[in-house]
Design a protein around this ligand. Structure first.
Ligand code: F6R
Ligand code: MG
Length: 366
């Protein structure tokens, strides 16, 4: 990487199969991904890679020079996920291949099950990035932290202390139901942004750009959940990429937004609401009631496309109180059992259609 040539950072996520149940991934699945990516790096198809997992979601972190949504890179990821599925099938891991909803690659990972968070940028003199990866969450989980990181000076002091950030950031917001997008610029349109982004199921912040030069600051992956006969066909849970420091939020300002274990949808059977618990890599195993929902953070310095890291960002006692609060909120929410607001408000992900069909003849008009 020299001069102004652009680098792409792609984070592909997929639920390949669980060990045990839906809780974690198996090392052999990760090894399959590593072997394939190693070969791709040797061939020069990609610049560098790192493989991680959060719960039962596999995470491929790749640098290359082919741009976002590139057919070749997506196909590479698809082939790796397929090879991992074969490994998972051999081990009879639980629900192996669950996150791959198609048989044949059709040109992009979009709509095929896996998620892809991607940014293309000119590598700076020093390029720190933080990647958040989650499990047992759902789309919209990043709306709250994205707002805090890029629009709330009570979280991000740089919004008032760094001259580049004084001009604020612009948010791309996807209207999920209509498949439409709007760009809202903060601080001017912060209230409009909040009016939409609070409805996390309907409006999703997909990327953020810096107002001074339109440079990309953050992007999320946006997989979908599918309701099928009262069961949710799970696709991979979302990831988010953040560029940090020197005109972007500091790594500490990104992390600060995760110090509040905010409530999100997902958890057991994708049908519950619970706190997002930030954990180090080795604690990303949601065992209690298949939860509570987890987030891990991998920090990298990128050097000429090389991924220097990862640094396990939540491996810090400063997050102990967040985890403790998440555990208290878990106890509190669990005591609601099958009642809202522990139970998700999304009726389509419940057995309600099935139950109503069973009972329809027994309802009497009053
Ligand atoms: C949620 C998840 C798990 C499963 C649950 C039931 O994302 O993966 O909570 O929904 O363990 O799984 P099945 O229906 O496969 O028995
Ligand atoms: Mg699973």
């Amino acid at each position: 990487m020299a001069g102004e040539s652009k680098l792409t950072l792609s984070v592909m996520t997929a639920d390949i199969g669980g060990f045990v149940g839906h809780l974690s991934s198996h090392p052999e699945v990760l090894d399959t991904a590593k072997e394939r990516l190693y070969a791709a790096r040797e061939k020069g198809t990609i610049l560098d890679f790192h493989v991680l997992r959060c719960g039962d979601d596999l995470e491929l972190i790749i640098t290359h020079q082919n741009g976002c949504d590139n057919r070749g890179i997506h196909e590479l990821a698809w082939n790796i996920f397929s090879a991992c599925r074969d490994t998972a099938a051999e081990l009879k891991l639980y629900a192996w291949g669950q996150g791959l909803v198609r048989d044949i690659f059709t040109g992009s990972l979009k709509g095929m099950g896996p998620g892809a968070a991607e940014i293309e940028f000119v590598e700076r003199t020093s390029e720190p990035v933080v990647i958040l990866m989650s499990n047992k969450t759902s789309t919209g989980v990043w709306n709250l932290p994205l707002y805090k990181i890029f629009a709330d000076p009570f979280n991000t002091a740089g919004l008032i202390l760094d001259p580049t950030m004084l001009e604020g950031f612009s948010f791309n917001v996807l209207c999920v139901n209509d498949n439409k997008e709007i760009v809202l610029s903060t601080p001017r349109e912060a209230h409009y942004l909040l009016a939409l982004a609070g409805f996390t199921g309907k409006y999703r912040i997909t990327s953020v750009h810096r107002n001074t030069d339109c440079d990309i600051a953050a992007a999320i992956s946006s997989p979908k959940l599918k309701a099928m006969g009262g069961k949710v066909a799970e696709e991979s849970t979302p990831a988010a990429i953040f560029r940090c420091q020197a005109g972007f939020p500091a790594t500490g300002e990104v992390m600060e937004a995760l110090s509040f274990p905010h409530l999100c949808e997902g958890w057991l059977r994708n049908a519950h609401i619970g706190p997002l618990m930030p954990v180090p890599f080795y604690e990303a195993n949601p065992t209690r009631f298949d939860g509570p929902p987890r987030v891990i953070a991998a920090g990298f310095q990128i050097s000429n496309g090389r991924l220097i890291g990862p640094h396990d960002m939540f491996d810090d006692p400063a997050f102990d109180e967040t985890r403790r609060l998440a555990n208290q909120v878990t106890d509190y929410m669990r005591r609601h059992g099958p009642f809202q607001p522990h139970l998700s408000f999304r009726e389509e992900y419940s057995t309600l259609p099935f139950v109503m069909d069973k009972l329809k003849d027994r309802f009497k008009k009053l």
